[in-house]
Design a protein. Structure first.
Length: 305
């Protein structure tokens, strides 16, 4: 009785590669000194029922036993290597998600190219539809698609493209408004109005463009923005009156109490700080320091005050 060296199991495509299996078969034949004319029969008897059936289909109408060991090896390698390629291609297809700046039409086109060697057959449209739903970046579009009971590839693309276009228009509008605000801000801060100093409008829209400057008497700007260099007034920090007002007239001088204290009135504008709408005017107080104030009893919330 002849002792067999080593052992060969059936070929399992899930755990082994066909090229490796055939190499081990040749080593087994050499170790056991199997004659060339018996190698085909031995190979067909050990590869297993499923692999033998595959060979029969691939070589039909001829029988596998009628072929040489080399032909059988090449036939099996081509088939299983093609399947390996298909698995790799499908792997690339299924892991491809929509890129951040990729539109739905662009995403669909990429998936179709990746599906070229995936051998989906009649399942191609469903495969692309399923992966578009799974691979989209926009969760709102995904939820909308998942809510559809009967979803075809055409319907998937129509809904996704429509929602994507709407979202793009909204973002574009928001961006335009934001950019407009920022441009206005920069323009105002870098180009203040030369008439009044405000940074909220242009000189042509300034309401002081007809105003007379108290300093140079020219029309079109306020005294604080005047570039002539002269000064139209010289009142002191203590609030005492100057010798002349802005019309060039002398103020009346007190003969009994010395220089009087003048109060100055100015109106501030919302758009500018300390911008006078009218030339400053002196208000002289008239009265007797010896007079007592007049008081009146009033009732406020039931209390005399």
């Amino acid at each position: 009785m002849t002792t067999t060296i080593g052992q060969m199991q059936e070929f399992d495509p899930t755990s082994d590669r066909i090229s490796t299996y055939l190499e081990r078969a040749e080593i087994f034949f050499q170790a056991n000194e199997i004659a060339e004319n018996k190698r085909v029969a031995l190979l067909l008897s050990i590869i297993g029922g499923k692999t033998y059936l595959l060979l029969s289909d691939l070589l039909a109408p001829e029988k596998p036993a009628s072929k040489s060991f080399a032909v059988l090896s090449e036939t099996l390698k081509k088939d299983y290597e093609l399947k390996a390629v298909i698995i790799a291609e499908r792997f690339q297809f299924h892991r491809r998600n929509q890129a951040a700046n990729e539109s739905v039409p662009e995403y669909e086109a990429k998936l179709r190219r990746l599906a070229t060697h995936c051998a989906f057959g009649n399942y191609l449209e469903e495969a692309i539809r399923d992966h578009i739903v799974c691979g989209l970046c926009n969760e709102s579009i995904q939820k909308r698609l998942l809510a559809e009971a009967e979803l075809t590839l055409t319907k998937t693309l129509d809904i996704a493209k429509g929602m994507e276009a709407a979202d793009h228009n909204v973002q574009k509008l928001k961006g335009a408004e934001s950019n407009s605000f920022r441009v206005g801000e920069v323009s105002a801060s870098t180009n203040p109005c030369y008439r009044c100093g405000s940074d909220h409008h242009k000189p042509k829209d300034c309401r002081f463009k007809e105003a007379e400057c108290r300093n140079c008497k020219k029309i079109g700007h306020l005294a604080k923005m005047c570039r002539s260099g002269g000064a139209g007034t010289s009142h002191t920090a203590t609030g005492k009156s100057a010798t002349k007002n802005f019309d060039g007239k002398n103020f009346p001088k007190s003969t009994t109490h010395g220089p009087r204290k003048n109060n100055w009135v100015s109106v501030t504008d919302r758009d500018t700080v300390e911008t006078e709408t009218f030339p400053e005017s002196a208000i002289l107080t008239v009265g007797d320091h010896n007079n007592k104030p007049i008081t009146v009893q009033m009732e406020l919330n039931g209390q005399q005050v």
